[in-house]
Design a protein. Structure first.
Length: 350
């Protein structure tokens, strides 16, 4: 019989969270039961709760930044054992047969991967995320969290970390490369830390200089306010790679103009509105405009191992279940530095 566990449930679009319970499947042959310790709040949780990206499935339990400890394993599990520190990211299954899955790019599964929440698995069952006390996941979609990364600081790595790591690696960020990061929020602060640790020369492009001290502490060599037109204009033709982490509209042509020959502007933030640009902004410098979605299971483990080696974790503010609704508003208002993490021990009703 399925196990019932406490969870924070959104009953309808935009509704406040309610303490309730959800059913988790029995631990199967290759499944891992994880006692969730922390669940990060990603801006995409808010987009989906508020149906800003289209229709969602309700009731919903968000959360795809999950960190915890293995409490049981199926008889066929070989990767993990009880007591292991583990995480779960943005998807919990893929077809495992298409060319992308076979090549290690399972985040781009041609059948469509199974989202950790607000999705349906291949049998048609709705998926529920990490705002709960336990989850059951196939071992192939569970990540090992190395010692040296605290679980609360590890949780946001499962989305914010991998979402920025994947394009940095794909476009070969490293020594001799100039990388700009647009925005210094949950995604942006991880992009700065990771790009700097990879050896790139990092510039933060933020609306104001209010977070400059943090940006430099995270490894940025330069910090420029995009509202300073003169300073922004001086950056034309500077960067090899720009990672846009914001989910608001940007002036695409202006940012394309900051790229060097063969430079690339990559969207990892997902604005709800269509973005526009002039093709001549690309033609003049053989520039590219691209997007990147999360990362593969292979890349995610690589990123976690890299973070442990370099002492990198997310900057977190740990909150209780009672604070989640208010935290959503604070995220939208850019009033968090830099990721909220829910202590799931506070989810069960007092």
């Amino acid at each position: 019989m399925p196990t019932t566990v406490p969870a924070l449930v959104a009953p309808a679009p935009g509704a406040k969270f309610e303490r309730s319970s959800i059913a988790r499947r029995d631990v199967g042959e290759h499944d891992v039961l994880i006692d969730i310790a922390y669940a990060g709040i990603c801006h995409s949780d808010i987009h989906q709760i508020r149906e800003e990206w289209g229709a969602s499935i309700f009731p919903m339990v968000p959360g795809h930044e999950i960190a915890g400890v293995v409490s049981a394993v199926g008889p066929g599990v070989t990767r993990y054992a009880v007591g292991d520190r583990v995480g779960v990211g943005c998807f919990v299954d893929s077809c495992r047969e298409c060319e992308h899955c076979l090549s290690g790019d399972d985040q781009y599964c041609l059948k469509g991967n199974v989202a950790t929440y607000n999705g349906k698995d291949y049998s048609g069952e709705v998926t529920y995320g990490g705002y709960s006390t336990a989850v059951v996941v196939d071992e192939n979609y569970v990540l090992g969290i190395p010692e040296g990364i605290a679980l609360d600081e590890a949780a946001p790595l499962l989305c914010a970390g991998i979402t920025t790591w994947s394009p940095l690696k794909h476009w070969n960020a490293g020594p001799g490369m100039k990388v700009a990061v647009v925005g210094m929020g949950g995604l942006g602060h991880m992009a700065v830390k990771l790009a700097a640790a990879l050896g790139a020369e990092v510039t933060v492009l933020s609306q104001t200089l209010s977070k400059e001290e943090d940006g430099r502490r995270f490894g940025a060599a330069h910090y420029v306010a995009t509202s300073d037109r003169a300073a922004f204009k001086e950056l034309r033709g500077t960067f090899d790679l720009i990672i846009n982490t914001v989910s608001a509209d940007i002036k695409v042509n202006a940012f394309l103009g900051l790229l060097r020959l063969d430079g690339t502007l990559v969207f990892v933030g997902a604005p709800e509105n269509a973005q526009s640009f002039n093709v001549f902004s690309l033609l003049g410098g053989r520039r590219s405009l691209a997007g990147s979605a999360i990362g593969s299971i292979r890349e995610t483990q690589e990123m976690l191992d890299f973070c442990a080696e370099h002492g990198i974790g997310a900057e977190v503010e740990t909150i209780s279940a009672d604070q989640v609704d208010a935290a959503y508003d604070r995220v939208v208002d850019s009033q968090v530095r830099y990721r909220f993490v829910i202590d799931t021990a506070t989810i069960p009703a007092p």
